[in-house]
Design a binder for this molecule. Structure first.
Ligand code: DX5
Ligand code: ZN
Length: 229
């Protein structure tokens, strides 16, 4: 499995009226995945968009469509998000009581399941579902908003999860407050996918796209240098 550092810009920090061009621009500037944050105003205190928007942006994504569901309950909506073209579909540990069933359902629908943990949720919460997932997303902010401060206590959690995974082909993704300073801490702890919203989109736009590339390379290069082999 490819454990090199992959940068997944979160379109939460993009121009919401121009997702298609924003996605084409960050891909042209060298991002590896596209991270899509779905929020319901119930599981998290913010609302973004649903499966129809995911379906509309899908044709613009040539890399990987990485959909992060911050919604509860999840099950009734999973098929819609798979049909919208998600490559990875991630649900939260905290989003419902039947995590095992929900993850199996995502797999049965033909998608790669991911599991996300809020900062207060221990690594042990995913012990019995690890064999069902292709991705573990460790939240390094409380989900709901971009531009928050990285929570350092999550470094130890990532190290623990890296050990739990062992030789299995499971990505470790970090979401929240990733910068050229915090990315390397997580790469050293064992992460390979770094979500970055504000750190990628700052200073740029679709008409001034160079900063996007500079920002992506700044996080990737610093983190790749710190990566454990
Ligand atoms: C938070 C979202 C993140 C967020 C990251 O709820 O899941 O993906 O957009 O934004 P930054 O990189 O600005 O912390
Ligand atoms: Zn996210």
């Amino acid at each position: 499995m490819d454990r090199s550092i992959k940068i997944a810009p979160s379109i939460l920090a993009a121009d919401f009226a121009n997702f298609g061009q924003e996605i084409q621009t960050i891909e042209a500037q060298g991002c590896d995945w596209v991270h899509v944050d779905v929020m319901d105003g119930h599981f998290v205190p913010n609302i973004t968009f649903g499966p129809d928007t995911c379906k509309a942006i899908r044709p613009h994504i040539k890399t990987v469509m990485d959909v992060h569901l911050m919604i509860a309950p999840t099950d009734a909506y999973l098929k819609d998000f798979v049909d919208a073209g998600s490559d990875f579909l991630t649900i939260h540990v905290e989003a419902g009581p039947h995590l095992h069933r929900s993850l199996q359902y995502i797999r049965d629908l033909g998608c790669n399941p991911g599991i996300a943990l809020n900062p207060s949720t221990p690594a042990s919460s995913i012990e019995y579902v690890l064999d069902l997932v292709d991705l573990v997303c460790v939240m390094t902010v409380n989900p709901g908003f971009g531009g928050q401060k990285f929570i350092h206590s999550q470094i130890g959690k990532v190290e623990t999860i890296r050990e739990m995974i062992g030789g299995r082909d499971i990505h470790i993704e970090i979401d929240g407050g990733i910068t050229p300073e915090t990315g390397p801490l997580m790469a050293a702890a064992g992460a390979d996918v770094l979500v970055a919203g504000s750190a990628v989109f700052k200073g740029g736009s679709v008409n001034n796209s160079n900063p996007y590339g500079v920002n992506i390379r700044a996080v990737r290069d610093a983190s790749e240098a710190a990566r454990k082999l």
